[in-house]
Ligand binder design. Structure first.
Ligand code: RUB
Length: 398
């Protein structure tokens, strides 16, 4: 069955021919006939399996034998490799990959699935909500930990580092992890509620694994990896090295996901993250500050959550410019098996982080109970203050 890859293609050739060109370039061919090509390697040739003229789509089937098991870099070199640079294609976008059972099952998948994570924080019947500590960088470990404590006291399920905070001089990871976990343990003693801390271990492959082990040894309960900048192999190495859920950030994805006609969509990225062991992945907000296309977000969330061979489902994460006024607009699409996050939308609350977290929680309860924000805020001060500040609209709605 192989890997069936769906490409959007614009070129002067017919779609059939364009698909053949992609298939040959990425399997047994090149731009001309070569006399070194034996007759018995035809079984390795990728072939066009369908064409949709109306939508400029072509599906190329790459045979299983072209791939190694458990090797994402090699898969990407084939299905998302040289083809993007072929001059004969004006635009080409990898929209989806369907995997054969054999290849998909050769990967570890998430150690912690949706139910495992929901159980840790007691969110069986609702979405998780979290915060990104702001400012992105600049706080020392103790201050980071204090902000985490305030957010936990306000009820968040998840506190996370921002993607640009790793282990700079002003905030070394070894200091940060112990300070933050100490404060979160303190909050747990007071509230009885466990808060996850997605500590960013992004670095070179070996170093990322070392940092993940450090987090585990220090009593941490989650790690975070920037998957595009550090690579799928780093994500997989981290998820295999520690018995912790992995939160996956996608900084830099928009360099190849943003243009509708060229690049790679978030759908294959979501599948690869799930194969590599990610437990949660940023898939964009339906209403927020970052670019995103509703149809694609919907497909990505399904790629993470739908039943898929033996792999546990992962949580899609809505993030970027979200505040309490936008909770319902996102959860109406994402539903309860998701994570909704706010950085500025919590720490920018007029009464501070703790009240900001409470306001987000109140907005989630209002959504769950199908009560309008206006109505619910009449008796919920934190929410009322947040709505006074930001209303119900996104700064950069699209
Ligand atoms: C959000 C933030 C995240 C973005 C990433 O902060 O810093 O890195 O959500 O975007 P804030 P995406 O809540 O203050 O906007 O989730 O689309 O990858």
């Amino acid at each position: 069955m192989g890997l069936n890859c769906e490409y959007y293609v614009e070129s002067d050739m017919s779609l059939e021919k364009a698909g053949e060109t992609i298939g040959l370039e990425e399997s047994t061919g090149t731009w001309t006939e070569v006399e070194t090509k034996p007759n018995d390697i035809e079984y390795l040739t990728a072939k066009v399996s369908s064409v949709d003229e109306e939508n400029n789509l072509v599906v190329v089937e790459f045979p299983d034998e072209l791939f190694e098991e458990n090797n994402i870099p090699q898969i990407l070199s084939v299905v998302a490799g040289n083809l993007f640079g072929l001059s004969s294609l004006k635009n080409v976008r990898l929209k989806d990959i369907s995997f054969s059972e054999e290849i998909a099952k050769s990967f570890p998948g998430p150690r912690y699935g949706i139910n495992d994570i929901k159980k840790i924080v007691g969110a069986e019947n609702r979405p998780l909500f979290g915060t990104i500590i702001k400012p992105k960088v600049g706080l020392p470990p103790k201050k980071t930990a204090k902000v985490a404590y305030e957010a936990a006291m306000g009820g968040v399920d998840l506190v996370k580092d921002d993607e640009t905070l790793t282990s700079q001089e002003f905030n070394l990871i070894e200091d940060r992890i112990s300070e933050v976990m100490e404060e979160l343990d303190k909050a747990k003693e007071e509230t009885g509620h466990e808060t996850l801390y997605a500590c960013n271990v992004t670095a070179d492959n070996k170093e990322a694994v070392e940092r993940a082990k450090l987090v585990e040894e220090s009593g941490g309960n989650m790690v975070m990896v920037d998957v595009i900048t550090s690579g799928f192999s780093t994500l997989k190495a981290v998820s295999e090295a520690v018995d912790l859920p992995v939160h996956v950030h996608r900084a830099m994805h928009a360099a190849f996901t943003r243009k509708r006609k060229h690049g790679i969509s978030m759908v294959p990225v979501s599948k690869l993250v799930r194969l590599a062991g990610g437990s949660q992945l940023h898939t964009g907000s339906y209403h927020g500050k970052m670019h995103g296309e509703k149809k694609e977000i919907t497909k990505s969330k399904r790629a993470l959550r739908d039943e898929w061979f033996n792999h546990k489902p992962a949580l899609p994460v809505a993030s970027g410019g979200i505040h309490p006024g936008l909770v319902a607009k996102n959860l109406n699409y994402y539903g309860k098996n998701s994570v909704i996050q706010a950085g500025g939308g919590i720490h920018g609350h007029p009464d501070g982080t703790r009240e900001g977290a409470k306001a987000m929680k109140q907005a989630i309860i209002a959504w769950k109970e199908d009560i309008s924000l206006e109505e619910y805020s009449k008796n919920h001060r934190a929410l009322a203050k947040a709505l006074e500040r930001w209303g119900e609209r996104a700064e950069y709605d699209y």
